[in-house]
Design a protein around this ligand. Structure first.
Ligand SMILES: Nc1nc(=O)c2c([nH]1)NC[C@@H]1CN(c3ccc(C(=O)N[C@@H](CCC(=O)O)C(=O)O)cc3)CN21
Ligand SMILES: CC(C)C(=O)C(=O)O
Ligand SMILES: [Mg+2]
Length: 274
């Protein structure tokens, strides 16, 4: 039955959880059907991250991202893919109030987008919510360390754990979220030795971004690694130069329109010859 196999073909939450200590988990963010279709050929899961507010919509932080925007991009990515597990970020304000608020909004995200899991930011303080969702059928990916939705409290996107006295807080956050039932945890923007300790301290996979190669997987914002923007955080490696490629293509198009070289004979329609 095609309906059945379509579902089974995707990577599952238990498959990701079982990769602890195994072959590194590969992931990227995705906001868009066509780029997701390319990315899923090489990735185990794709994250529809709330960074889309900054990358796609020019916001200065992720704080302004709405549930509707996450659902819109989540639908696009699910439609564009067949095989990867799709995780959608819960936006700021959609889950912090209470476990029931989180459940209601996470269920809406899953019903509307047909994604397989949600991600939410926060350590020990979110453990009760992670447990509440997981026990009720919503797989949760955790996210600790640098949590961008708290940028206004932190005063910017600040690397965590520079001071060793703070390490135990982050390790305890990871343990709390893992014990609450998260199937994997994003560890973002922490010093490398702390990321190593966190990975050793929990029995679910850590997905690093600005963390360490010892994490059980890695994630980057796709547009960052494609080289779409000039400035990227230090932890990004640019594997492409999409910004330059777009600039060259648009410049050539503009020149050809101005010289009337475009449209050429191949790009126009003739009438039916009598
Ligand atoms: N395009 C994009 N890529 C990301 O990785 C990303 C987003 N957007 N939006 C949401 C969060 C915000 N992120 C960020 C943004 C900036 C820094 C940054 O300025 N880092 C400084 C180091 C700061 C410090 O040393 O404390 C750097 O120079 O890398 C880090 C993570 C990661 N996430
Ligand atoms: C950077 C990843 C982990 C994220 O949360 C996002 O893209 O929103
Ligand atoms: Mg995010």
């Amino acid at each position: 039955m095609s309906i059945q196999t379509e579902t089974i073909r995707r990577v599952t939450v238990p498959q990701i959880r079982d990769r602890k200590g195994g072959e590194p988990i590969v992931s990227l963010t995705s906001y868009h059907a066509h780029t997701a279709a390319i990315a899923e050929k090489h990735c185990d899961f794709l994250l529809v991250g709330d960074s889309l507010g900054m990358v796609m919509h020019g916001m200065e932080s992720t704080v302004g991202v709405s549930l509707e925007l996450m659902i819109m991009h989540g639908k696009a990515v699910v439609r564009g893919t067949k095989r990867a597990l799709i995780v959608v970020d819960m936006p700021f304000g959609s889950y912090e109030e209470s476990p029931s608020q989180a459940f209601r909004n996470a269920a809406t995200i899953m019903k509307e987008t047909q994604c397989q899991a949600v991600k939410l930011e926060g350590g020990a303080r979110m453990a009760e919510t992670v447990k509440f969702l997981t026990e009720r059928g919503i797989p949760v990916m955790g996210h600790i360390g640098l949590t961008p939705q708290s940028t206004n409290v932190m005063g910017g996107f600040k690397t965590q754990g520079r001071d060793e006295d703070t390490w135990q807080i982050h390790i305890d956050d990871a343990i709390a979220v893992a014990e609450a039932g998260a199937f994997a945890i994003v560890v973002e923007g922490v010093v490398e030795p702390l990321a190593d300790k966190i990975t050793k301290a929990i029995d679910v996979p850590t997905i690093g971004i600005g963390a360490s190669k010892t994490c059980d997987g890695q994630i980057l914002v796709m547009e960052d690694m494609l080289g779409l923007n000039e400035w990227v955080p230090k932890f990004v490696k640019k594997y492409g130069a999409m910004g330059d490629a777009i600039n060259e293509a648009v410049a050539e198009y503009a020149a050809e329109v101005r010289s009337r070289a475009f449209p050429g004979t191949a790009n126009v329609y003739g009438s039916n010859k009598k």
